[in-house]
Design a protein around this ligand. Structure first.
Ligand SMILES: [Cu+2]
Length: 651
C-alpha cells in the first residue's frame, strides 16, 4: 500500500516519443504506448467533445491493447485507440478515442465504481482539513504531539466491508506521522488514531481514537552512514560487457538469442511483455502473446480498529503516478543494464515521462545451463526488471528469458515491513492486557510489532503456444497398483487430459496432488508426436486462511486458486476487476470464470504467487529480498534441448 511517502513527480511534459532507447523512436508496434503527441491529441479530442471540465481527474489515459484477431501478424493492425478512465466530481466515465482520426469512439458513465486513487488524494486537501479539526488535534495532544503543522498525513482508501454508512461514497482514511530527519519514519507513525473522510465532499465522517501508544524512540535507519561498521569485501567484483549488450532494439521490440518480444511499462501494471516468440530458422514460433502482473493483494491479519482495514489491492488502487518506479544502477540493476522510460498520465491529464522504469541486462549466474561429464555450457539469461515502491514495501518483478526456451517470472519482496507500535517493550514483557502485543505479529524492535500478513501477485499469462488455438492439459501423477506377482507393489503413472471449460480449470496444487499444468497447441505436434506445449511450473503459493465471508477475500477472489484458465476475452485484463478501489465483492476472475469452453481455443492462464508472512527479526529494519517465481517451461515444444547449440564460453 502506498503510505508513508508516496512520491510526487514533478509535472515534466515531454514532446518526444513515449518510450525510447537513446533516441526517440516512432511507434513501430501496435503495442507501443501513446507518444506524448498522441496523448495531447486525445486530450484535444476530449476537450472538443466537451468531456473535460475543472473537476476532471485522470485514472488512466493509455493505448488500448490492439485487436487480438490480428495477433502475430506484422504490419498495420487497424487504428490506434486510446482508453480513458476519468473521475469528474463523484462521477466516473470511461471512453475510447481513435488517435489516428481524432474521433471520440465511445463515452460511458460507469455507475457504482470508483476510479483509482489519485496522487492529489494522498496528501491533498483532506489531510489539511483533518489536521485543523479540534477533536483530532486533541487526540494528537494526548499522544504528546502538540504541533500538528509538523505532522505528515496521508489518505488512503480503506477497502469495503459492506458497511451501509459508507455505501457509494469515496471513503478515505487519514493516518499521520511526525515529520523529521529520519529516513525510516514507520516506527514514528501515530498509533491507534484514524479518520474517515468523504473524499468528494471533504466531510470528516468519523474520528476513531482507539489507544494511546507513546511515541516510539527507536531509530531504525538503514542508510550506509547510519550502519557503517567498516565492513568490506577484499576485492571488487565487476560485471562488464566491453563489447556492449547482445540484445538489440527496434523501437520497443527486443531481440536476443532466439527470443524476440515487445516490452514496455504500463502505468497500472508495469512491465508488459507482448508477442514473445522463438526464432526457428526463418520461422518465428509464438509462445507468449502477452504477460504482466495483473493485480496485487496484501491483506493484514490484525483485528484492531486501525488495522483490520489494511487490505490494499495495490495495482488497481494505487497506480496513479505509475506502478513502476525509476531504477538506478548499483541499487536496482547492475552497471551494464540498459533502461526504458514510460509515459504516464498525471491526475490532471498531462503526459509525464517517468525515466528508467525498466532495466534490461544479461545475467551470467555462473551456473551451468546443462552439463555431462566434461561437456557443458554456462548459462546466460536476459532479464527485464521493474520495481514498485508501494508505501512501506518494495516489489521487484523480473521477466527472465533463457536460451533453453524458458521464461521465468520472478517476484522479489523487500522494503520495510508494516509495523504497529505497542506499549509493551518486547517478547519478554509481562502483559497486563487480555491479549499479548504480539498476538497478531512479532516484535522486531523495542515497542515495535510487525503484523502478520499475506502477499498475492496475480500474473496474467496469455500463452499462445504455436498460435492462439490452444488446449489446457492437466497431467496427473497417479498411483498404479502392480499385480500380486510383482516384487514391486506400486508405481506412479502420468495421466494427461484436456480440460473442457473454465469451471474445471480452477486449480490448486500442493504436495499431496502432484500435477503438471500445460498450455498446449491444439494443432502442432513435435518430432516425437506429442502436442507442443509450455508448462506453467508453480513456485510458492499461499492458500488463503480468510473465511469465505471475509470482505478482503471476497474483493480479491483471484486468491482462491493459484491457477485459473479462462477463454480469451479482451475485456478481462485485471484479476480483481477494472475498478478495485473500494470495490464490491466478486469482481474479476470469479465473475469471468464460468462455463466457457477452453478446449482448442484461445485461452489465458492466471497464476498467483502467494506467500504468508510471519515476520522475523532479520526482516528489520529493511527486509532482505525474498524471491518467489513461476516458470514458463517448454515441454515438447522442441525436439530436444534447445540450449545444446550454444557456443561454449572460453574462461
Ligand atoms: Cu510481507
Amino acid at each position: 500500500m502506498r503510505f508513508g511517502s508516496v512520491k510526487l513527480q514533478a509535472a515534466s511534459i515531454v514532446v518526444s516519443a513515449a518510450l525510447c532507447f537513446g533516441s526517440a523512436a516512432l511507434a513501430v508496434s501496435p503495442f507501443d504506448q501513446l507518444s506524448a503527441d498522441e496523448h495531447w491529441r486525445v486530450i484535444e479530442t476530449l476537450g472538443d467533445a466537451g468531456k473535460l471540465d475543472g473537476d476532471t481527474r485522470f485514472g488512466r489515459l493509455s493505448i488500448l491493447p490492439p485487436d487480438k484477431s490480428k495477433a502475430w501478424k506484422s504490419g498495420a493492425r487497424g487504428p490506434r485507440l486510446a482508453e480513458i478512465m476519468i473521475k469528474q466530481g463523484p462521477k466516473a466515465f470511461e471512453g475510447v478515442v481513435n488517435v489516428d482520426t481524432g474521433k471520440l469512439v465511445s463515452w460511458t458513465e460507469k455507475e457504482g465504481v470508483q476510479p483509482p486513487w489519485l496522487v492529489e488524494e494522498y496528501f491533498g486537501r483532506i489531510p489539511a482539513i483533518v489536521k485543523a479539526h479540534p477533536e483530532f488535534r486533541a487526540a494528537l495532544a494526548r499522544r504528546g504531539y502538540t504541533r500538528p503543522e509538523f505532522m505528515k498525513c496521508i489518505t488512503l482508501p480503506p477497502g469495503n466491508f459492506g458497511e451501509e454508512r459508507f455505501a457509494g461514497k469515496r471513503i478515505g482514511v487519514v493516518r499521520c506521522y511526525p515529520d523529521g530527519p529520519l529516513m525510516n519514519t514507520f516506527p514514528r507513525r501515530v498509533e491507534g488514531l484514524l479518520v474517515f473522510a468523504d473524499m468528494n465532499t471533504g466531510e470528516i465522517i468519523e474520528i476513531d481514537d482507539y489507544e494511546v501508544v507513546p511515541a516510539v524512540k527507536t531509530i531504525a535507519e538503514y542508510d550506509f552512514a547510519s550502519v557503517n561498521e567498516g565492513r568490506r569485501f577484499n576485492t571488487p567484483l565487476n560485471v562488464t560487457q566491453d563489447e556492449g549488450a547482445s540484445f538489440s532494439f527496434d523501437g520497443n521490440i527486443v531481440t536476443w538469442d532466439k527470443w524476440r518480444f515487445h516490452i514496455q511499462s504500463d502505468q497500472r501494471v508495469g512491465i508488459v511483455i507482448s508477442e514473445a516468440s522463438w526464432g526457428d530458422g526463418d520461422n518465428r514460433r509464438p509462445v507468449l502473446y502477452q504477460g504482466y502482473l495483473s493485480e496485487i493483494s496484501v491483506p493484514y491479519m490484525a483485528p484492531y480498529g486501525d488495522w483490520y482495514l489494511r487490505n490494499p489491492i495495490d495495482a488497481g488502487e494505487y497506480s496513479a503516478g505509475g506502478l513502476s518506479d525509476p531504477l538506478t544502477k548499483g541499487v536496482h540493476c547492475p552497471a551494464h543494464a540498459k533502461f526504458v522510460d514510460a509515459l504516464i498520465v498525471t491526475d490532471r491529464g498531462q503526459p509525464q515521462t517517468k525515466n528508467n522504469v525498466i532495466c534490461m541486462f544479461e545475467r551470467a549466474s555462473g551456473d551451468p545451463s546443462w552439463l555431462h561429464d566434461v561437456q557443458g555450457r554456462q548459462d546466460r539469461t536476459l532479464v527485464a526488471r521493474m520495481a514498485a515502491r508501494l508505501g512501506n514495501y518494495d516489489y521487484v518483478v523480473d521477466w527472465e528469458f533463457s536460451p533453453d526456451g524458458q521464461i521465468k517470472v520472478r517476484l522479489g519482496a523487500t522494503g520495510v515491513v508494516a509495523i504497529k507500535n505497542s506499549v509493551e517493550k518486547n517478547a519478554l514483557s509481562k502483559s497486563a492486557a487480555d491479549e499479548r502485543a504480539d498476538a497478531y505479529g512479532r516484535f522486531v524492535d523495542d515497542h515495535v510489532v510487525a503484523i502478520n500478513h499475506s502477499h498475492y501477485f496475480s500474473f496474467r499469462l496469455d500463452l499462445d503456444v504455436d498460435g492462439a488455438k490452444n488446449d489446457f492439459r492437466l497431467g496427473k501423477l497417479v498411483q498404479k497398483r502392480l499385480p500380486e506377482s510383482s516384487p514391486r507393489k506400486s508405481i506412479w503413472v502420468f495421466e494427461d487430459s484436456v480440460l473442457g471449460n473454465e469451471d474445471e480449470a480452477r486449480l490448486g496444487g500442493g504436495h499431496s496432488k502432484p500435477s503438471l499444468w500445460r498450455v498446449a497447441s491444439a494443432e502442432k505436434r513435435n518430432g516425437v508426436g506429442y502436442p507442443t506445449s509450455y508448462q506453467i511450473m508453480p513456485g510458492m503459493t499461499a492458500p488463503t486462511l480468510m473465511s469465505e465471508d471475509d470482505y478482503p477475500r471476497l474483493r480479491t477472489g483471484f486468491i482462491d486458486h493459484p491457477l485459473w484458465v479462462t477463454a480469451y476475452d479482451a475485456k478481462e485484463r485485471f484479476a480483481a476487476g477494472d475498478y478495485p478501489t473500494l470495490s464490491e465483492p466478486g469482481q474479476g476472475l470469479p465473475a469471468w470464470s464460468k462455463e466457457d469452453d477452453i478446449a482448442a481455443t484461445d485461452i489465458v492462464a492466471w497464476y498467483t504467487i502467494g506467500m504468508h508472512h510471519v515476520v522475523r527479526a532479520e526482516d528489520w529494519p529493511v527486509m532482505p529480498v525474498l524471491w518467489h517465481d513461476v516458470t514458463l517451461r517448454p515441454f515438447d515444444f522442441f525436439d530436444g534441448n534447445p540450449a545444446i547449440t550454444m557456443e561454449p564460453t572460453t574462461p
